[in-house]
Design a protein around this ligand. Structure first.
Ligand code: AVJ
Length: 328
């Protein structure tokens, strides 16, 4: 019997805590304080993010699910010819990829599924659920961030690869970082391999503002949870109530930007770092940028990372795109 629950974390996660300490130290010591958004996803943060994706104000997930339901048959058709590795970066709950996988299985495609996520919690749940719901699926789960996952991806398999990079996860990278990241993916692939990648498009600013300031306060709790995490994992004493969540749209960057703003002058001690940090009243911590794309930017990104755009799938509102790329 093949062990289906195989969570590899030999990609550098032993250093996870040290990296977290380092990033918090550097981020809170800089003139404009910041903490990378990848640290949102501890257990509580992952659960809050799940709830966000189901909230009507957060239109992104509903749009992408609509796209995948409409086009999964067409995608399966394209992959029919030969066996392939299905590789997913950041599956989250796996609701999106499950739509594709079910289609592939019912069309008798020959493939295995390799999934890479920074949240061990997400991975364990995903593997458990997929083992139940899709018992014939072979799964390899890698617990690492995308960059380490990509290195792992440069595997020796000669099979066709089909990479899923969904959820507009790329939105957390700025354009230069996106370009480098996509180039790294491209370098790990062979000519002819495919990638399905999603982008959230530029749209009415009000719609964006509501998505990142949802009416139930989920995004607020999601962002503030970062401080809870630092309190717990780095023995800090952030008073969560003395920070406010603020998300705004930077039209020139084309990005939703989220901040935690100190409500008062305060000193925060982070015992693991053996350091105190001074926050002035109204001083901000940048915690996330979520880039929204122009079609011309997507074209350029594909071009610069040596992919050809084969198909562009849109939802009916025209809010979101899933773009099918092929390695040149
Ligand atoms: C998972 C990065 C796509 O930026 O929209 C949701 C994370 N942040 N609400 C996004 C998020 C606030 C999300 N991504």
């Amino acid at each position: 019997m093949v062990a289906k629950l195989k969570i590899h974390n030999d990609c550098g996660l032993e250093n996870e805590k040290i990296e977290f300490m380092h990033d918090v130290l550097v981020g809170l010591s800089s003139e404009k304080k910041k903490i990378p958004s990848k640290y949102f996803y501890d257990e509580a943060g992952s659960e809050l993010f799940n709830q966000i994706t189901r909230h009507p104000d957060y239109y992104l997930t509903a749009c992408e699910l609509e796209i995948l339901r409409s086009f999964r048959k067409e995608i399966a058709q394209l992959l029919k010819k030969e066996p392939f590795n299905l590789i997913e970066l950041g599956p989250g709950e796996g609701i999106k990829s499950r739509l594709l996988i079910e289609q592939f299985l019912s069309d008798h495609l020959s493939f295995n599924y390799c999934t890479i996520d920074i949240s061990k919690n997400y991975l364990e749940q995903l593997v458990r659920r997929f083992n139940q719901q899709l018992p014939s699926l072979q799964i390899i789960a890698i617990n690492s961030d995308f960059s380490d996952g990509i290195k792992w991806l440069g595997n020796k398999s000669k099979k066709r690869n089909f990479v899923l990079f969904l959820g507009s996860s790329i939105g957390n990278f700025n354009i230069p970082k996106s370009r480098r990241f996509l180039q790294d993916i491209r370098n790990a692939l062979h000519i002819g391999d495919y990638m399905l990648i999603s982008f959230d498009l530029r749209k009415d600013v009000d719609i964006l503002l509501h998505a990142y300031n949802d009416s139930s306060g989920l995004t607020c709790a999601f962002n503030l949870n970062l401080l809870h995490r630092i309190n717990r994992e780095l023995q800090a004493n952030f008073n969560i109530d003395s920070f406010a969540h603020y998300s705004t749209y930077n039209a020139h960057e084309g990005a939703m930007e989220s901040f935690l703003i100190s409500r008062e002058n305060q000193l925060v001690t982070i015992a693991s770092l053996n350091r105190d940090f001074m926050f002035e009243k109204f001083e901000s911590i940048h915690v996330e940028s979520s880039y929204k794309y122009l079609f011309s930017q997507i074209d350029k990104l594909a071009e610069n990372s040596h992919f050809e755009i084969k198909k562009t799938y849109l939802d009916t509102k025209g809010y979101f795109v899933n773009s099918l790329w092929q390695a040149k």
